[in-house]
Design a protein around this ligand. Structure first.
Ligand code: ZN
Length: 459
C-alpha cells in the first residue's frame, strides 16, 4: 500500500458484525446451498501452504521498483502463472527516479561530515570559503564570490534561493549549515540549471567555520558531488489471462484480480504486498482448470509504492472496449498480517459496488462477514477512475510493521491469508463460472446481504 498523504482525524467504528438474521435463514434454502456447493469447488482446493511458500520466496529481499530484485520477482510470478496454463505478458513502463549523490567536503585537508541536498547538481570545486550569513540578496550585495565557496546558515529563505543567490554572485559551490542540532535533510525543490553544487553541514561544524572566518582566518575548502541526478528506470507489470473455457457460452466480460509486487526500500514486504501476490498465484492455480464463461485476468503491478504507477500504466494500456468489458476489479494489498485488524473492503468513492456486494455475500457464506469503507492508496484507484467497479481488500487497522524492515514472513498469519483467498476466490468464481449469466443481463449477486460501512477510512 502506498504511503498515506494525510492523517485521518476520525476513529474507525467497531468492526464487529453479526450475520444478519434474514440471511442466516437464507443459508438453508436450496439456492443458498447450491451456492455453497459452487464455493466449495474453489475454497476446498485452496492450499494455504502454497501461498505461504510464495510469500517466503518473494520476501527474501526488498523488491523496490526498477531494481534487479523487483525484476527477479516479476520473472518468478510470470513463471508461476505460465506453469498453470495462463497466457502471460510482462508489461514494461518507465518512470523517473531521483538518485541521491555521494558528497564530500574537505576543509584545510580535513574531511568534514556532510549530507547531500536533493536536486544539487554534480560537480567539484576548490576555493576560499566566504561566510555570507543567511545568503539573502542583501547578504551578497557588493560581494564577488567568483572562484570561491559560499558558507551559508539555514533559515529565513529557501535553500534554492540561497543557492541561486550564491550562484549569481559567482560562487562555485555552496555549503549550508544547520541552525539546530541533528542532520539537515534539505531539498532544492526541483532541478535548475542555475544551481551550483550544494552540500549540507551540521550546525556545530558550520558555526565553527563561520566563527573562524569572522575572526579573519583564511580557510580553503574542496567539495565534491558525484553520481546524483534523475534517472529513467523501468518497472514491470505481470499480466496473466485465462480465456473462457466454454467459448460457446462466453459472456465477453472480464474480471481482474490484482496485487502489487514491489516494496518500499529496506522492507521485505512480506505483507505489503507479497501476501496479495501469493493469494493471487494460488487463486490462479485453483481456477486454472475450472470451467469458465468469463475472461479472468490476474495482474501484479510494479511501482505501486511510487504512486500506483504500474496500475495507471496498465489501465492506460486498455482500450475503451476492454475497459467496458471489465465488470469488476479485486485488489488485494496487505492481506496476511497476524498483527493487523479485520478484513475490510475499500472503494475510492466509499460506495458499494458489484465487487463489494459479491464479496460480502461470499464472506457470509465462508463465515467472515465483511465491512466496507472509503480509501484510495492502492491499485484499485486507476480502475475506479476508468469507470470500472473496483475494491481494495486489506486488514484494518494496518500492522505496526507497515513499510519497515520488520514486514517479514514471521508476521504472516496463514488463517488471514486463507480467509482472504476464500472470499475473493468465491466471489470471483461467482462471476466467471459458466452457469451465471453475464452481469448486465441478470443480477448475479445472490440476495444482497447487509454489510456495514466503517467510518474514517483505513487506520
Ligand atoms: Zn505499501
Amino acid at each position: 500500500m502506498k504511503k498515506k498523504s494525510f492523517v485521518p482525524l476520525l476513529v474507525a467504528a467497531s468492526l464487529t458484525l453479526g450475520i444478519p438474521a434474514a440471511y442466516a435463514k437464507e443459508t438453508h434454502t436450496p439456492a443458498a446451498q447450491s451456492q455453497q456447493a459452487f464455493d466449495n469447488k474453489i475454497v476446498k482446493r485452496i492450499k494455504v501452504e502454497n501461498i505461504y511458500r510464495d510469500i517466503t520466496i518473494l520476501s527474501s529481499e526488498p523488491r523496490v521498483a526498477g531494481t534487479e530484485s523487483e525484476w527477479n520477482a516479476v520473472q518468478y510470478i510470470e513463471a508461476k502463472f505460465a506453469s498453470n496454463g495462463y497466457k502471460t505478458d510482462i508489461q514494461p513502463f518507465t518512470f523517473e527516479s531521483y538518485q541521491a549523490p555521494n558528497v564530500g567536503v574537505t576543509v584545510a585537508d580535513t574531511s568534514v561530515s556532510s549530507d547531500s541536498i536533493t536536486y544539487t547538481p554534480n560537480g567539484e570545486a576548490s576555493g576560499e570559503l566566504v561566510y555570507v550569513r543567511l545568503g539573502t540578496a542583501a547578504d551578497f550585495e557588493g560581494k564577488d564570490l567568483t572562484g570561491k565557496i559560499a558558507l551559508i546558515k539555514r533559515g529565513d529563505i529557501s535553500f534554492s534561493e540561497k543557492v541561486l543567490n550564491a550562484s549569481a554572485a559567482g560562487a562555485s559551490a555552496v555549503l549550508i549549515f544547520n541552525n539546530s542540532p541533528g542532520a539537515l535533510s534539505g531539498t532544492l525543490g526541483a532541478p535548475n540549471n542555475d544551481f551550483v553544487p550544494a552540500i549540507a553541514l551540521s550546525q556545530a561544524d558550520g558555526e565553527k567555520l563561520a566563527a573562524d572566518l569572522e575572526a579573519g582566518q583564511a580557510i580553503s575548502a574542496t567539495v565534491s558531488v558525484t553520481g546524483g541526478g534523475i534517472q529513467e528506470k523501468t518497472s514491470h507489470n505481470v499480466v496473466a489471462v485465462k480465456e473462457p473455457s466454454q467459448q460457446k457460452k462466453a459472456t465477453n466480460q472480464i474480471v481482474i484480480v490484482g496485487a502489487h509486487h514491489d516494496s518500499v526500500p529496506g522492507a521485505p514486504g512480506a505483507n505489503d504486498d507479497a501476501s496479495g501476490v501469493g493469494v493471487s498465484l494460488e487463486l490462479a492455480r485453483v481456477m486454472s482448470n475450472m470451467p469458465t464463461d468469463t475472461e479472468l485476468r490476474f495482474v501484479t503491478f510494479g511501482a505501486e509504492e511510487l504512486g500506483l504507477l504500474g496500475s495507471y500504466a496498465y489501465v492506460d494500456s486498455l482500450s475503451q472496449d476492454e475497459r467496458d468489458r471489465v465488470v469488476g476489479m479485486f485488489q488485494m494489498d496487505m492481506v496476511g498480517s497476524r498483527d493487523a485488524g479485520e478484513l475490510v473492503m475499500f472503494t475510492v468513492d466509499g460506495q458499494k459496488n458489484i465487487v463489494t456486494d459479491l464479496s460480502a455475500a461470499a464472506g457470509v457464506r465462508t463465515g467472515t462477514p465483511l465491512t466496507y469503507g472509503q480509501e484510495g492508496r492502492s491499485d484499485h484507484v486507476p480502475f475506479h477512475y476508468a469507470g470500472i467497479p473496483a475494491a481494495l481488500f486489506i486488514h484494518d487497522p494496518v500492522e505496526p510493521w507497515y513499510h519497515t524492515p520488520e514486514d517479514s514472513i514471521d508476521k504472516i498469519s496463514k488463517e488471514k491469508l486463507h480467509e482472504t483467498a476464500e472470499i475473493v476466490g468465491a466471489a470471483v468464481y461467482h462471476i466467471v463460472r459458466p452457469d451465471t449469466p453475464a452481469l448486465e443481463k441478470a443480477k448475479v449477486a445472490p440476495k444482497p446481504v447487509e454489510y456495514e460501512k466503517v467510518v474514517g477510512g483505513l487506520q
